[in-house]
Design a protein around this ligand. Structure first.
Ligand code: URA
Length: 306
């Protein structure tokens, strides 16, 4: 019962986040030390509240109250037997400022030619190495999920961050949300191998929480390089986290959907994250409209029947 209630509460919080409600559990500017992940939430108190009311909380303030009072989720350095490296102190202030990928660095003067893109991506992966640049390296990640697909893709999807299935396999979007993304790609008349797929962060955030700014802003130099190498014609930002970091704006999805943005020389469209669509399938029609806008731009006719 308690497990089910916790799951419902988590789904509710994720639903609000996907609708673009980013901050209801924060006070002030986002700061890593204040990142009260669900792993750190005093789940018993939360669940007791939910169980007591026998239903989902109707107001975010329930969550706000509970999460605001939980101990701060500062990762603890692993003991001598742990296989992960011991965690250095992240003393530098988190980069809370939002900067669009276009404003981070100018576009490269020379672009990688088609024949060398795959090789260039391997180079970026090698540069990442066994990354310990941000706190996610010490938060239980198993695999760095670099990216997947055609180095010469015309279409690139960017999600939020790996989940459990991706952390286990090292490939983005292979879980349930990934299956839905595959269907979306197929409906557009493409194969998964023909597109490129990556995430804002390459390591799984604990308990699938939203990446913190310091994590996203540390990882984004690699995603930016991947985009600059692939040079897709169109980027689709899946969900509010991807849209927020790629565009450097914090707005609701409804404010960002249905129109073109630009990112690193590509046209960028925003749509719902497949995980959100799994939770609220009624929004699939709207997501399909977004994909049709992309198909129109790319001259795609969609999947042929029969
Ligand atoms: N959700 C994401 O945002 N990315 C993945 O790779 C999987 C699930």
């Amino acid at each position: 019962m308690a497990g089910e209630a916790e799951q419902q509460l988590r789904a509710y919080v994720e639903y609000l986040r996907d609708m673009g409600v980013h901050d209801f559990y924060r006070q002030g500017e986002p700061v890593y030390a204040e990142a009260a992940s669900f792993a750190a939430v005093d789940a018993v108190t939360v669940v007791e509240d939910v169980v007591a009311t026998q239903s989902l909380p109707t107001k975010p303030s329930v969550v706000e109250r509970q999460v605001a009072s939980v101990p701060i989720a500062v990762p603890v350095a692993p003991g001598p037997t742990a296989s992960v490296p011991s965690r250095p102190q992240f003393l530098e202030p988190p980069i809370a400022k939002l900067v669009s990928f276009d404003d981070l660095v100018p576009l490269p003067a020379t672009r990688v030619d088609a024949a060398h893109k795959a090789e260039a991506l391997i180079g970026i992966k090698a540069e990442i190495g066994d990354c310990t640049r941000c706190p996610l390296a010490y938060a239980g990640r198993r695999t760095i999920v670099f990216g997947d697909g055609d180095a010469n893709a015309r279409l690139m999807f960017v999600g939020e961050g790996p989940g459990a299935d991706e952390d286990a396999s090292g490939i983005p979007f292979v879980g349930k949300a990934g299956q839905l993304l595959n269907n979306m790609i197929q409906a557009m008349g493409l194969k998964r191998e023909e597109v490129y797929i990556a995430n804002i962060v390459k390591c799984r955030p604990p308990a699938n929480r939203v990446p913190e700014p310091v994590e996203a802003n540390t990882c984004d130099e690699f995603l930016l390089q991947q985009i600059d190498v692939v040079q897709p014609q169109v980027i689709v930002a899946l969900g509010s986290t991807a849209a927020m970091y790629l565009l450097g704006v914090k707005q609701s999805l409804s404010a960002l959907r249905g129109r073109w943005h630009s990112c690193r020389g590509a046209k960028l469209a925003v749509t719902y994250h497949p995980a959100f669509l799994l939770r609220d399938p009624r929004m699939k029609g709207d997501a399909w409209k977004d994909l049709q806008m992309v198909m129109g731009e790319m001259g795609l006719k969609g999947a042929t029947r029969g």
